[in-house]
Design a protein around this ligand. Structure first.
Ligand SMILES: Cc1ncc(C[n+]2csc(CCOP(=O)(O)OP(=O)(O)O)c2C)c(N)n1
Ligand SMILES: [Mg+2]
Length: 591
């Protein structure tokens, strides 16, 4: 009997298929030659998505993980392709998303000769990779691909494998190869310590002004957070990346803190005495003094390395958010609605009225608010949102009406621009039957728009909303507060509708409030017919209200300052939280 032989590169792909891999993003190159042959042979099981830039591929891979898709793989040619992957891989690493990156390399006999395109590649990823190797000889390739996949998943990060281009052409005995994907198991977290739960309950029972700070760890447990919130009358602060966990109109949802946030959360966090901080890593906590007025800090996390990271924890609970919430709901005392609760509800109601009024304007030059209003009107109830970095991050957490049926993902920690469009490719690939919206600033679209063609080429129809203001507004707005000039923040106008049409997508341009609803409605109709759409929303240059530096309280600002602030942000009806507290007979802690 003769031994059955298989091509090593095909065997390596079979290993990945065993890990559930169904998509590989990248661009071919000489250094990826044997892998490309294998991708051709394995087309029935793995789709190669040819992107226009390797960064798009790596960002799509990262976003695929964030959207809950299968293990994502991206490839880059030895040298320039490997360096192009870097932003996506750094993004995945910071969000602890499993991604396998395969880097091409010179054939074995040409290695280490300072040959054309030859780089010492693994060290570029030393900083971030959970696994980072070069394959040493051909028969090792399937084994190391398996190692890379297993480490990416088990260690929640980026696994990098450099593969000399000729190795995959060799053959290996078919029965010498296996995928350990079928052995994939997860550690079960032990139940939370009951004494820690009791200590948390004691603090919550005695607190006068508690808030629940619900991070990404509470995703999927929004109902429990709300049940606890209602039982102990603690309003809910969430985080930029966790809005979809809650119904957008939950009456005690205060939004998120700091710049990408809401006014009520920024105010309440300075007035609360007890914070129940669940499954969150708020990276601005120390630099902004977010918790400076907090007396008691209770933290819940599944990662021991997070406990105590952002603030000293009076009670630290190691455990799953859902399980801990259930225990807390069972044990904690119920509380009647009190002044703290009512003041927060009144504050958030006032904030929502402010947002609604702007969103619902019926005529005039288009502002970003009305774009969201039209999206909210026409989006499917389970729409997926892929969000870029810039004002769109900030405005989408304020104005998109999200519920747990939606998904909302961005680059929250690495915060790289250009992530929304690759994210939309990954989202549509993962959920072909759901509606996908990419919400993108014009600066970020400039970084990513060649890949509209990728959506068209692979029949992955999405709706791109481009917020065109011909400026890097998020940075310009910051410079207004920190710099002497706004140098370098403006750029020239581009006709993004034409850019879309040139790539086989549908393009629209809109600059009036009167027209936005009709255009978005049409975009949705086109998309439902299988078209990728780009809506160039030429919006005004108004700055979204800076809720991290509110100038509304007469205790701290002159009448002129307040009036100027209110006029600029159309915020005549916004009331400082202190007044709602005082109406309940409560004092403010803010000095
Ligand atoms: C790759 C990258 N480069 C630069 C930045 C810094 N940055 C953050 S937001 C932003 C402006 C975004 O501009 P645009 O996409 O036009 O959105 P806008 O804020 O104008 O709505 C910049 C330059 C970044 N986060 N990522
Ligand atoms: Mg812009």
């Amino acid at each position: 009997m003769t031994e059955r032989k298989v091509k090593i590169s095909e065997a390596a792909l079979d290993v990945l298929i065993g890990w559930g891999v169904d998509t590989i993003y990248g661009i071919p190159s000489g250094t990826l030659s044997s892998l490309m042959d294998a991708l051709d042979a394995k087309q029935d099981n793995i789709q190669f998505i040819q992107v226009r830039h390797e960064e798009t591929g790596a960002l799509a891979a990262s976003m695929q993980g964030k959207f809950g898709g299968s293990l994502a793989v991206c490839i880059g040619s030895g040298g320039p392709g490997a360096t192009h992957l870097i932003n996506g891989l750094y993004d995945a690493s910071m969000d602890r998303i499993p991604v396998v990156a395969i880097l091409g390399a010179r054939p074995e006999t040409e290695l280490n000769l300072d040959a054309f395109q030859e780089l010492n590649q693994n060290p570029m990823y030393e900083n971030i990779a959970v696994y980072n190797k070069r394959v040493a000889y051909p028969e090792q390739l399937p084994k190391l691909v398996d190692e890379a996949a297993r480490h990416a998943i088990a260690d929640r990060g980026v696994a990098v494998l450099e593969v000399p281009s000729d190795f995959g052409f060799e053959e290996i005995a078919a029965d010498a190869v296996y995928s350990s994907g079928s052995s994939r198991r997860q550690l079960r977290l032990a139940d939370a310590n009951e004494a820690d739960i009791d200590a948390a309950v004691a603090l919550l029972n005695q607190s006068r002004r508690s808030v629940i700070y619900a991070g990404i760890g509470t995703m999927g447990h929004g109902d429990k957070v709300v049940a606890l919130s209602q039982k102990i009358k603690a309003p809910v602060i969430t985080t930029g990346k966790n809005f979809e966990t809650f119904e957008w109109d939950y009456e005690a949802l205060l939004g998120s803190t700091y710049r990408v946030g809401w006014k009520p959360a920024n105010e309440a966090i300075l007035e609360t005495d007890t914070v129940l901080f669940i499954g969150s890593n708020f990276p601005f906590a120390e630099v902004q003094g977010t918790f400076k007025n907090v007396k008691h800090f209770i933290q819940v996390d599944i990662d021991p390395a997070m406990l105590g990271k952002r603030h000293k924890a009076d009670v630290a609970i190691l455990g799953d958010a859902g399980q801990v919430l259930t225990r807390l709901i069972e044990k904690v005392d119920a509380r009647e609605a009190d002044g703290w609760w009512r003041a927060n509800l009144a504050n958030v109601k006032n904030w929502r009225e402010f947002m609604n009024k702007l969103e619902q304007k019926e005529s005039g030059p288009l502002q970003f608010y009305q774009v969201y209003h039209a999206i909210n009107n026409h989006a499917d109830e389970d729409a997926i949102y892929s969000i870029d970095v810039g004002n769109s991050t900030q405005t989408s957490v304020r104005h998109l009406h999200m519920t747990p049926k939606n998904m909302w993902r961005t680059s929250p920690l690495f915060a790289t621009m250009g992530i929304a469009l690759p994210g939309g490719i990954a989202a549509k690939r993962t959920y072909p039957d759901r509606q996908v919206w990419n919400l993108i600033g014009d600066g970020a679209f400039n970084m990513s728009y060649p890949d509209v063609a990728t959506n068209v080429q692979y029949n992955l129809p999405v709706i791109n909303i481009v917020f065109s203001n011909t400026e890097y507004a998020f940075i310009k707005n910051k410079y207004e507060d920190t710099n002497e000039t706004l140098f370098g923040t403006d750029f020239m106008d581009v006709d993004y509708a034409m850019v879309a049409e040139a790539q086989g997508a549908v393009g629209y341009t809109v600059d009036r409030i009167e027209d936005i609803d009709g255009v978005i409605k049409q975009a949705v109709a086109d998309n439902k017919k299988g078209r990728t759409v780009v809506v160039n929303c030429r919006i005004t240059k108004e700055r979204p209200i800076p809720v991290e530096t509110l100038k509304l309280d007469p205790k701290f600002y002159s009448e002129e300052e307040i009036q100027a602030y209110q006029e600029r942000y159309e915020a005549e009806d916004l009331v400082p939280f202190r007044l709602f507290l005082e109406a309940e007979g409560l004092g403010s802690k803010v000095e």
